[in-house]
Design a protein around this ligand. Sequence first.
Ligand code: HEM
Ligand code: NAG
Ligand code: NAG
Ligand code: NAG
Ligand code: NAG
Length: 344
Amino acid sequence: MQCLSDLDRSSINMKTAFIFACVVVLTVVGVCQAGDLRKNFYSTSCPAAEAIVKNITERFVASDPDIPADLLRMHYHDCFVRGCDGSVLINSTPSNKAEKDAVPNLSLGGFDVIDEIKTELENKCAGKVSCADTLALAARDAVSFQQTYTILLQFQKPMWEVLTGRRDGKVSIASEALANLPSPFFNFSSLLKNFESKGLTVHDLVVLSGAHTIGDGHCNLFSNRLYNFTGKGDQDPSLDSTYAALLKTKCQSLSDTTTTVEMDPGSSTNFDASYFVNLKHKKGLFQSDAALLTDRTSNKIVEELQTSTDFFKEFAQSMKRMGAIGVLTGQSGEIRKKCGVINS
Ligand code: HEM
Ligand SMILES: *[C@@H]1O[C@H](CO)[C@@H](O)[C@H](O)[C@H]1NC(C)=O
Ligand SMILES: *[C@@H]1O[C@H](CO)[C@@H](O)[C@H](O)[C@H]1NC(C)=O
Ligand SMILES: *[C@@H]1O[C@H](CO)[C@@H](O)[C@H](O)[C@H]1NC(C)=O
Ligand SMILES: *[C@@H]1O[C@H](CO)[C@@H](O)[C@H](O)[C@H]1NC(C)=O
C-alpha cells in the first residue's frame, strides 16, 4: 500500500480516487494507515537518519544482548497504546502518570538507547526525525543485528522493512496502557479481540507472539500455572510437566515478583522459530502463549511457523502492519525534541 507516496504526486482528482481506494482498503484490511508511511521518508530532510539509528543501536546491542528484546517490546507497547506515536517514551510529570509508569511496564527498558540516538539525530538534523520512527527503526535494527551475530552473518539484511513518516503524540496516560495491552492471563478470545481492535488479525496475533522467542518474563506473571491454577494448589494441565518442574526450581513461590526466566529456554537471545516449536510441546511460558493452541485456526498457524524461514517471512509482514497502527502523519502531532518530554 502506497497511498500517500502516490498521493503526493497526483492531482486533486487522483487524490479523491486514492482516498476512496483507501477507504475501501481500510474497510477490507483495516490498516490503511500504512499508506501514510513510506520508504526513506527522511531521504531529503535527514539523509543520515537511518544510518545514525543503526550505528548507535548496534553499538548498544554489541555490549548488551537484552537490548533487542527491550526495544522490540517497547515498540509493541508504543503501537498498542494510542498507535505508534512514541507516547511510550514520554516521562510522567507531577500532574500526569505516563504509559511507561503503568503496571504492564515490567521490564520495559532501552530508553537510554533511544535517548542517545535522538540526541545524535538532533545534532545532525534538528527537529526532523520523530521519536516514534526512531523507536521503530531501532527495534528492527537491534533484532537484525543480533540475528546477524547469532547465525554467522547469514542474514545481512534487515529482518523487516520499516516505513517512516510517523510523528510524535503529545499524550501518554498510564491507564491507557493497562486498558490496551493484553494481559499474560488472557484467553484466546480476549487476545483476539484485543488484536482485532488494533486492526490486526488472528494471523498477526500468532505471528507476533513469536517475538517471545527473545527476552524474559517475571515469575509472578505465570507462577499461578505452577502452584495454584484453579485455586486448589494445582498445576496448569496445558503446561508440560517437566518444564513446569524446571520453572518451579526458578520461581519458588507465588509471591516471587522479582525473578525472571527466559521465555524461550536456551535460545532467549536468539531470534528464531523455537518459540513455536516449544509452544507446540506445551512449553509456552504464559497462559496467553498457551492460549494460541486452544483455537483451531490459531493452532494451525502455530504449526505453520515451526521453521525460521516461514516465521521470518510472516513476521516481517505482521511487523509492518503493527508499525502502522494509528500513526500520526502529515501535520498531526509533533517532532519531539526530547523523546521523554512533550515540546512546550
Ligand atoms: C499477544 C499478546 C501479548 C502478551 C499477553 C504479552 C505479554 C508479555 C509479558 C507478560 C512479558 C513479560 C514481561 C515481564 O515479565 O517483564 C512479555 C515480554 C515480551 N514481549 Fe510480549 N506480549 C504479547 C505480545 C507481544 C508482541 C506482539 C510483541 C512484539 C512484537 C511482544 C514482545 C515481547 C518481548 C520482546 C518481550 C521480552 C521483553 C524483555 O525481555 O525485555 N509481545 N510479553
Ligand atoms: C558510527 O559510529 C562510529 C563511532 O561509534 C563513527 O565513527 C562512525 O562515523 C559512525 N557512522 C555513521 C554512518 O554514522
Ligand atoms: C514502571 O512503573 C513504576 C511505577 O508504577 C516505576 O516506578 C518504574 O520506574 C517503571 N519502570 C520503568 C522501566 O519505567
Ligand atoms: C475468556 O475471557 C473472557 C474475559 O475474562 C471471558 O468473558 C470469556 O468467557 C472467556 N472465554 C473462554 C472461551 O473461556
Ligand atoms: C490458591 O487460590 C485459592 C483460591 O483463590 C486461595 O484461597 C489460596 O490461598 C491460594 N493458595 C496460595 C498458596 O496462595
